[in-house]
Write a protein that binds this ligand. Structure first.
Ligand code: SR1
Ligand code: MG
Length: 424
């Protein structure tokens, strides 16, 4: 199929020519209801409803949706997304949407329609508690980052993934520019709550320690090929109900630093936390929800660390699994070796914790001063109140990015967030 952006008519014709999907939707093709619901920055997203079932159709546009044709983007991102969805679904069963059909030329993916799932960011703006969220996200992180790294798979499989995702250059460049560089310089597309944050934006641009930390993390992002990562794992990339969680949209996927995915999640939970006061209709209304959000922060990291270590102990070098080739069991066979291996695992987790906090800080700062903001903060219509929330978020973000080693645990981070938000 040659690429053409789809409209309602084109979409019905395309799905009508695919017998499996036509049967799945059911009823007469003319009666199918099509609505374009994409509210992200990059793609077209359609819901197609037939008599029997409904489907999601996602199609990449050749340019950045939020900017327009002046910012061309490769259609190939849909292919990286399809490859990542498949790899992650194998590594973390049950946590991704099912793919029914994919076409590389059309940059098109047809997926199960998740309902009544809602984007987690929207749930968090509305103050909805999600009992499964932290466990599921921790499992997604542990299973994908372990099993899609050389700790959990063979060297050849790892190198094949590095090669397969390495050409996802333009999407990675968006992150390199928008996350690690633009917020720290005068850039045409930067924006912030003005005039309230004008001075803080200038302070950020003049902060050498902060800029150095951001550049060190950019270097890590560019060079550290630890695992296939999602690449954009914010709360807008997760859909959930109270009893089901699915991770979507891994079009920024590539083999990169594990801490980038974990940090994206922790940073976005902190943004959700700091934005809560802006959503209150009476003072203190969101106090309990704030506590719940910090609990999620703690549970995501601790749950991840526990499951990641358990996978490392159980699956690495497992004779019946195609486990990793690092830390080969025969090198650590005796008691001293076992203790040494365990110390190595703990040290790995500690470094990963600091990486994750630093990336979390970078992800928070970009959402306040860069091009792409988050609805948690943007939906606070009173700019004065929004600026207060943003200033607090930036205060913690700077500490996370510059001195992640000052935090001995994720509980420390939660305490620091509570302290910052208590400052009037
Ligand atoms: C220019 S695209 C802006 C942002 O949207 C995506 O969700 C990524 O976070 C990207 O940085
Ligand atoms: Mg996305």
């Amino acid at each position: 199929m040659t690429y053409r952006p789809l409209d309602e008519h084109g979409l019905k014709a395309l799905l009508g020519d695919l017998p499996d999907l036509r049967a799945r939707l059911g009823g007469a093709q003319e009666a199918w209801r099509v609505s374009e619901v994409g509210d992200g920055n990059l793609n077209l997203v359609f819901i197609v409803e037939g008599a029997d079932d409904a489907l999601i159709v996602k199609q990449a546009l050749p340019h950045l949706r939020i900017v327009g044709e002046s910012w061309p983007l490769p259609l190939a991102r849909a292919w990286y997304e399809q490859m990542a969805l498949k790899a992650q679904a194998e590594a973390a069963p049950g946590l991704l949407p099912k793919i029914h059909f994919a076409d590389r030329e059309m940059a098109l993916t047809v997926m199960e329609y998740l309902r009544p799932h809602v984007i987690v960011r929207k749930h968090m703006i509305a103050g909805v508690e999600l009992p499964r969220f932290a466990d599921d996200v921790a499992r997604f992180l542990a299973q994908t980052l372990f099993r899609l790294s050389p700790l959990g798979c063979g060297a050849a499989a790892h190198k094949a993934r590095v090669e397969a995702f390495a050409p996802n250059v333009e999407l990675c460049r968006i992150t390199e520019d928008l996350v690690f560089t633009d917020p720290y310089r005068v850039a045409k597309l930067n924006r912030w709550t003005s005039p309230q944050l004008d001075d803080l934006a200038a302070t950020v641009r003049a902060d050498s320690e902060l800029k150095r930390a951001a550049q060190e993390r950019k270097f890590q992002f560019l060079t550290c090929a630890q695992a296939l990562i999602h690449g954009d794992l914010h709360t807008g990339s997760i859909m959930a109900t109270v009893d089901d969680t699915r991770v979507i949209d891994p079009e920024f996927g590539f083999v990169g630093p594990m801490g980038f995915d974990i940090g994206a999640m922790l940073g976005n939970l902190l943004l959700a936390y700091f934005s809560q006061e802006g959503h209150e209709t009476s003072p203190g209304e969101r106090d309990l929800y704030r506590v719940w959000l910090l609990d999620q922060l703690v549970h995501v990291w601790n749950g991840f660390a526990e499951q990641f270590l358990a996978l490392w102990r159980a699956e690495s070098n497992h004779p019946e699994l195609q486990g990793g080739e690092c830390f080969e069991a025969e090198l650590f066979a005796d008691a001293e070796g076992q203790a040494s291996l365990e110390a190595s695992r703990q040290a790995f987790l500690r470094t990963l914790f600091e990486d994750s906090l630093a990336f979390a800080g970078a992800k928070m700062i970009r959402r306040v001063f860069g091009l792409a903001h988050v609805a948690d903060l943007e939906s606070i219509t009173n700019s004065g109140r929004r600026a207060v929330c943003e200033t607090r978020a930036v205060a913690l973000a700077r500490t996370l990015l510059v001195t992640p080693r000052q935090f001995s645990s994720i509980e420390d981070v939660a305490d620091a967030a509570a302290l910052v938000s208590a400052v009037r």
